[in-house]
Ligand binder design. Structure first.
Ligand SMILES: CC(C)(COP(=O)(O)OP(=O)(O)OC[C@H]1O[C@@H](n2cnc3c(N)ncnc32)[C@H](O)[C@@H]1OP(=O)(O)O)[C@@H](O)C(=O)NCCC(=O)NCCS
Length: 157
């Protein structure tokens, strides 16, 4: 297990800019252009209904999760990424769990996400947390890259 902590990125935090710059660098390294948010990362983050949590290990960002709540009914996990050298140490799981908890506090009925079926570790992780594949969307990322749409139904009460 990695020894770090999940931290919420706050808009008024003094180190917002360097943190976001580092996440954009990670985003560029991990995701190909068609899947990358690197060009719109800060735009997304400035939206009122968008949140970001990152995993901090001694001041280093090991990974992050971005989520949003477009309506009072549903939320979505927009992005989850862990730097290669910190994988398989529980970082992705800790981030996903924390993002689900954040969405829960908004009382949404479900959380949705899109993921390339070829990203097996991510699909396994999402299934571990109860997400179910709802649909396969052909050409979602690019003409030859599809996406699973996955849903997590939240328990009432
Ligand atoms: C998917 C990803 C975030 C997982 O992060 P991680 O920190 O390595 O995951 P964890 O160590 O917390 O693993 C949690 C669970 O996920 C699953 N999992 C993670 N990596 C796996 C792998 N390589 N093979 C099989 N299962 C895997 C397992 O169920 C694991 O639980 P277990 O350890 O009890 O078996 C990471 O691999 C990643 O950043 N991948 C590239 C980006 C990506 O695909 N993002 C998702 C789409 S937006």
């Amino acid at each position: 297990m990695a020894t770090g902590a999940v931290v919420e990125l706050r808009r008024n935090s003094s180190n917002w800019k360097p943190l976001v710059e580092e996440m954009v660098r990670i985003e560029k390294k991990i995701f190909p252009k068609h899947e990358s948010l690197s060009r719109s990362f800060d735009v997304e983050l400035k939206k009122n209904n968008c949140g970001l949590l990152y995993y901090d290990i001694d001041g280093i960002i090991a990974g992050y999760v971005m989520y949003s709540w477009p309506s009072s009914v549903s939320a979505s996990i927009t992005k989850l990424a862990v730097k290669e050298q910190y994988r398989r140490q529980g970082v992705g799981e800790a981030l996903l769990k924390a993002a689900i908890q954040k969405c829960q506090t908004r009382n949404v009925q479900c959380i949705s996400l899109h993921v390339d079926p070829l990203r097996a570790p991510a699909v396994i992780l999402y299934k571990k947390y109860g997400f179910e594949v709802d649909d396969l969307i052909k050409g979602y990322y690019s003409p030859d890259r599809d996406a699973y749409r996955m849903f997590l139904q939240m328990n009432a009460g």
